[in-house]
Ligand binder design. Sequence first.
Ligand code: HSE
Length: 419
Amino acid sequence: MGSEKTLVIGMFGFGVVGEGLYKVLKQTPSLKASIKKVCIKNTSKKRNAPASLFTSEKNDLLFDPEINVIVEVINDSVAGYEIVTTALKNGKDVVSASKKMLSEHLPELIELQHTTGRSLLYEASACASIPVIRNLEEYYDNDLLHSIKAIVNGSTNFILTKMFEEKLNFKEALLLAQQLGFAETDPTLDIEGYDAANKWVLLLAHSYGIITTIDKMLFNGITQINELDAKVAQSRNQSIKLVAQAKKLQNGTVASFLLPQFVDHADQLYFVKNEYNGVVIESGFADKQFFYGKGAGSFPTASAVLSDIAALRYGYRYEYKKLKQQVPSTLSDDFHLRIYISFEDLANIPKEEFTSIEEWHSGNERSYLIGTIPFKSLLHKDWWKTNNTSLVLMPDNIIENTALTELKKMSLSLAGLTV
Ligand code: HSE
């Protein structure tokens, strides 16, 4: 552990997170960290801080030798990348909450930390107040990490809670999420799943050492969920949540996806409501562990930025330990998923792709079926996102090929055929 250093901060952005951090830092004098300058786009806008703190000239921060930490909390990923890379190259440590920027540039940013010897921390970028990145990085040995399952977007969880429990409609719930400062400036990033997917890219890197991008990921948001889906969930005593999942398969590869999912009472995630996030980790000897906390909002997000700033005093940096394993983990596309799918017209559903169909309900306006389908029939396909179709994963959703073979053997022997 290095010696404590005094931190002089240059901050980019004074929105929900930036202003939150400004207030939180004022209440944490023991930290020996102060904000010297804040760079914003529009200096004429009235802010709740002295005007002398603000500048619109980024180099006032990036080239000030006294500033040793740059905090980047803007929501422009192109400008954010430029700021973060310049700061690292100029010998400054960086704390960022820009999940989109980080997910789009993770390999370059890891390399730059290596070549500059500086630290880039981003605990606030996934699950806001929950210290999940540092825990994954430091605590869980990859061989022991069986699975990780998480709600990583506060806005969509908030909207689903308000729709299910307070009978608000989608638009009303989204408006409330925006008013409370949970949603992204462009809320389609939340409701279409992009924000959660960006966070999942970061969590996959720190849990399994897998570097991927969202265009390679199977994901969706919550915009297609409709009344029938909600009724089915209620009839099963379950709720629908947007859940990211990764699991190590028997052959050592990793299954990963992010989709709406039926969650039942026995699952810790059932009780994660409103803007809260939750992470369930299953590991070899500890069995299940559950992390819970606010996943969006000014102070919860600022608290994670604050914790990263505090860690910089001791020279903390991510080592990306899981990237250095002898046998690197890879993503699998060779497994099956148990899904529920509701639709208006069966003609739009490729029935022949299903390995098995276990339930089928036909209605006047919408119908649905529950069955097992190869992951590859969903990845990079859009039949399940178009024509007013809605896909929700079943609670026990990953079916490994070995289990399928067993199922087939069973049904063949039941039919009196030898296998
Ligand atoms: N829009 C994000 C969310 C903010 O709702 O989770 C926190 O990253």
